[in-house]
Design a protein around this ligand. Structure first.
Ligand SMILES: Nc1ncnc2c1ncn2[C@@H]1O[C@H](COP(=O)(O)OP(=O)(O)OP(=O)(O)O)[C@@H](O)[C@H]1O
Ligand SMILES: [Mg+2]
Length: 922
């Protein structure tokens, strides 16, 4: 087929293909209205790739398959001509199991999937990434997914997850998606928007295909088509058939669809009925369509006129409409009873066991009113989809089941199940709408509680922690009588969320309810009651009252391993909020991260990385924290975990401030601040503001740093307490010491309560900076000796620096040099460039010439964070495939990182790599 125009679009595709030949991967999402030429561009890609000897896999979405989980992925991978099963066997075990489970289930609903329940919904994406990378081993691989708007969400998610992580595998993924306000657009991969053909290209196409049009009609077709190729091809026919009507106000797709309707109306009645059946089918299997047709007494031969008219083709047992709009036309022109009969017949044409899901959906489509039997079947479909983590399909099946149900209690139960599944699928807007719809009718406390949980989750993820806390605490009240255990869990999470929203009232309310519950001593939330009570006290600024409780909680966390994933996360989270025992948090978070990497629980992993990065920052391990946070930010973005995305942004901004990367710091910190402001999330605002203040401080803009911190320093929070040392530093430089005393007193309460040595050391440094000359030095010395006992190199270096500055200002230059040199050395090792610069300036002022020479940058410091991460794992003897599975990238990308890292490290083998002490630079 000749393509008119489309130079830029073709060039974009050709560039991707050329890249693949060089081993680069790439992806593209082609957008545009119906008939604009998206499939034509995909055809071009397929032809070009095949003639260049690449492997091409294609899949097309169909409207009704959208609810069958992993149907699209199955279709795509089935196009592979080798032994897919062997390839699956080469994947890491959890990935293989997840992908097998996803694919096996799509072969027939009745067979069910092999995936373990509770598996992560992104694990299939990781498995897809590895598999595509493997399939591209011998030659480049091109995957083309057309009509993505109708591909089931589970498949799209898996493919997009893979697409975002492709680097150097030689894999190309191109999606085509029709613009439609109902459809969630694909995000995070490059977009190619296809618009109408340029005027002369449109005119040329029309002239070539309809050479005999009268000039007046030609001009009108050109005007109405707006460069849409399908309209340019179809409208002249309908003009001939139906005469000319004034320019239609309908969108071009509808206009063209109407043209198809008139073509169909011209066919014999039996053929029209057969087209209705074919359009109502979702499988394209000609055998099924003809079986159903026979049940409706439509003879097989009825298909011929439609084939002759070019409306559909049948090849290799598969029926295809010429264009999706032909299918829509055939379906929509039929009256309700006719469509219903077609669906009924199709349902009977499917096997009751093997194809239970397709059958259930067909029966649901046939139903014209409530039907409990069909609703039961759909509920079973929902359960099967849940077993395979096809969450979007679970939502659809439960939602439709609720519509068909008569008993109001079952309606709510199914509606609530749909809402919960929507949160699992990451569809928070849909979950919110479902809760609104069903909450009014809910009578059973269990349904209330479930809907409250959903609202709490939705609010936390996309609304505000404050609203989330309130919803959960309110839901807890409703089930307190019937399900005290459940109520307890809702309350601890609710209080925690309300705390994040700085909602002291809700925190207090939740804690009061928790006390009244009188849970049995072996209830899993009992050990957490003290900790949430502490939050209530902190919320009312009773810091001394909170600490005994928090210390007791930390002591117990050292001994008792929390039983469930959420309790583990919660333990780490509470310790972080309290600023208690970062080494313990580090230990807990490392273990969680390692476990979740192993099992591929990517959703949990994202949260675990957040705790780990925070603990690493607290311990002054900044370089590795940057690596952790960068990985976390990408994951959180990929998985749509928005509050966590904001946290990672703020922390990366804070680390960028230390490095003195102003632009990056601002961009990241402002992300965190914006999210916090939009979602009533004060802690997120505070961390972002601290990053910006730290930047100002490092750059010597003391007044700006001071003002910013004074503005945002309100109430007790761990971040606020930690940042007070910077406030004092700024205050000292601009001689505003008095303003820093109040906050520092509050920090003193915290420090006294927490009994953390490193915290006391920071406090002593601050006190020293504010102290009169005769008592300051003793305080510095005391601080330094405490630092010696706790492993916090960054804070230690800040105290060296402060002490050195203090000495130099008192003209004790010679004595100042040692602490300043210590500070410089630590800051350089930590990559805290701005602070190293400040130490260097001080040293020069103290008469140390050597300080003007930059220290030798360690070889490992020149590695990118990901290269460093890969190199560390390779040094432990892990294979590329192991590393890939752990870091959620493809084995080829691992190879590429090592290829880049070896020369930078001056090694050429893994054995040499293993001998390096890479951890030393972190
Ligand atoms: N540049 C072009 N030159 C010539 N014909 C074209 C061009 N682009 C598309 N066509 C033809 O126009 C018709 C519609 O194009 P196509 O099917 O690619 O649209 P689409 O964007 O995929 O629409 P839909 O969203 O409905 O799938 C097809 O018959 C196709 O061959
Ligand atoms: Mg198309």
């Amino acid at each position: 087929m000749v393509l008119y125009g489309r130079k830029a679009e073709v060039a974009a595709i050709d560039r991707l293909l050329a890249g693949a030949r060089q081993g680069q991967s790439g992806s593209l999402c082609v957008h545009g209205e119906a008939g604009i030429g998206k499939s034509a561009l995909l055809d071009h890609a397929a032809r070009a790739a095949e003639s260049a000897g690449m492997r091409v896999l294609r899949a097309v979405g169909t409207e009704t398959e959208a609810e069958l989980p992993f149907a699209g992925l199955h279709l795509l991978l089935n196009a592979y001509d080798g032994r897919l099963d062997d390839r699956l066997g080469e994947l890491a075990a959890p990935q293989a199991a997840a992908l097998r489970g996803a694919l096996v289930g799509t072969l027939g609903g009745g067979r069910g999937g092999a995936a373990a329940p509770g598996e992560d919904r992104f694990l299939v994406g990781l498995a897809t990434l590895t598999l595509l990378s493997d399939l591209a081993e011998d030659r480049p691989l091109v995957c083309l997914v057309d009509d993505t708007q109708w591909v089931d969400q589970a498949s799209v998610e898996a493919l997009v997850f893979a697409a975002r992580r492709l680097r150097s595998e030689g894999v190309v993924l191109v999606f085509a998606q029709r613009d439609d306000p109902e459809v969630v657009p694909i995000r995070g991969i490059p977009e190619l928007r296809v618009a109408g053909l340029a005027e002369q290209d449109a005119a040329a196409l029309l002239a070539d295909l309809s050479p005999d049009l009268p000039a007046q009609v030609r001009d009108r077709v050109l005007a109405e088509a707006g460069g849409n190729p399908l309209a340019l091809i179809e409208l002249p026919r309908s003009v001939a058939d139906e005469g000319w009507s004034p320019v239609s106000p309908l969108p071009i797709g509808h206009r063209v669809q109407r043209a198809f309707v008139s073509q169909i109306e011209a066919l014999p009645a039996r053929t029209r009925s057969l087209l209705t059946v074919a359009a109502a089918d979702d499988s394209g299997e000609i055998g099924v369509v003809l079986r159903a047709a026979r049940m409706l007494a439509i003879p097989v031969g009825a298909i011929e006129p439609a084939e002759r008219a070019g409306l559909l083709t049948v090849t290799g047992g598969v029926l295809r409409f010429r264009h999706p709009l032909v299918r829509s036309a055939a379906y929509q022109r039929a009256v309700l009873a006719e469509r219903s009969a077609a669906h009924q017949a199709l349902a009977r044409a499917w096997d009751e066991d093997q194809d239970a899901d397709r059958r259930a959906w067909q029966l649901a489509a046939a139903a014209t009113g409530p039907d409990d039997e069909v609703a039961d079947l759909l509920e079973r479909t929902a359960r099967r989809a849940a077993e395979r983590n096809g969450h979007a399909a679970v939502v659809a099946a439960y939602e439709r089941a609720a519509q068909l149900t008569t008993d109001p209690r079952d309606v709510v139960r199914r509606g609530a199940a749909a809402a919960l599944a929507a949160t699992d699928a990451g569809q928070f807007d849909r979950a919110a709408k479902l809760t609104d719809r069903f909450a009014k009718a809910a009578e059973d406390p269990a349904d209330h509680a479930l809907l409250a949980v959903v609202r709490g989750l939705v609010e936390f993820e996309s609304g505000s922690p404050r609203e989330s806390g309130r919803a959960l605490i309110c839901g807890a009240r409703q089930v307190a009588e019937v399900h005290p255990g459940w109520s307890g869990k809702l309350l601890v999470i609710g209080v925690h969320n309300a705390w994040h929203g700085a909602d002291a009232e809700a925190v207090a309310d939740g804690v009061a309810q928790l006390r009244e519950l009188r849970l049995p001593p072996d209830d899993p939330v009992v050990p957490y009651i003290g900790a949430v009570e502490a939050l209530a006290r902190l919320g009312s600024d009773d810091v001394p009252g909170a600490y005994p409780l928090l210390r007791a909680f930390a002591a117990q966390a050292r001994d008792v391993v929390p039983k469930t994933d959420w309790l583990r996360q919660f333990t780490a989270q509470l310790l972080l909020i309290a600023g208690q025992d970062p080494a313990l948090v580090h230990q807990l978070a490392s273990a969680m991260v390692a476990d979740w990497r192993g099992t591929g629980q990517i959703g949990h992993l994202t949260v675990g990385l957040h705790h780990l990065a925070y603990a690493q920052i607290l311990l002054g391990r900044h370089k590795i924290a940057a690596v952790t946070a960068a990985e976390g930010l990408q994951l959180a973005t990929d998985t749509g975990h928005r509050p966590i995305t904001a946290h990672f942004s703020s922390w990366l901004g804070w680390l960028a401030a230390l490095e003195g990367d102003e632009e990056r710091c601002r961009a990241l910190a402002n992300e965190g601040i914006r999210y916090g402001e939009d979602h009533q999330y004060p802690h997120s605002v505070l961390s972002g503001q601290w990053a910006l203040a730290l930047l100002d401080l490092g750059l010597g803009r003391h007044r700006a740093a001071f003002d910013r911190m004074c503005e945002h320093w309100r109430g007790w929070s761990f971040v606020a307490s930690r940042s007070v040392a910077d406030l004092v530093d700024a205050a000292m430089h601009i001689d505003c010491l008095d303003a820093a005393r109040g906050p520092l007193d509050q920090v003193e309460e915290w420090t006294a309560g927490s009994e953390e040595e490193w915290a006391v050391a920071i406090l002593l440094r601050c006190r020293a900076m504010l102290a009169p000359a005769d008592s300051a030095e003793a305080l510095f010395m005391e601080a330094l000796s405490l630092h010696q006992k706790s492993d916090q190199p960054y804070e230690h270096a800040r105290t060296w620096l402060a002490y050195g500055e203090w000495l130099r200002r008192r003209r004790r230059k010679r004595e100042a040099r040692t602490p300043l040199r210590n500070a410089l050395e630590s800051f350089e090792r930590l990559g805290a460039r701005l602070w190293a610069e400040r130490a260097r300036q001080e040293l020069r002022a103290a008469g140390d010439r050597a300080a003007s020479r930059k220290q030798k940058v360690e070889a490992a410091a020149s590695l990118t964070p990901q290269e460093l991460q890969v190199a560390r794992l390779a040094a432990t003897g892990a294979t590329n495939r192991d590393i890939a599975a752990q870091l959620l990238i493809s084995p080829r990308t691992v190879g590429q990182h090592l290829y880049n890292a070896f020369p930078k490290l001056g090694v050429s083998t893994r054995a040499e790599l293993a001998r390096l002490d890479l951890d030393a630079v972190l």
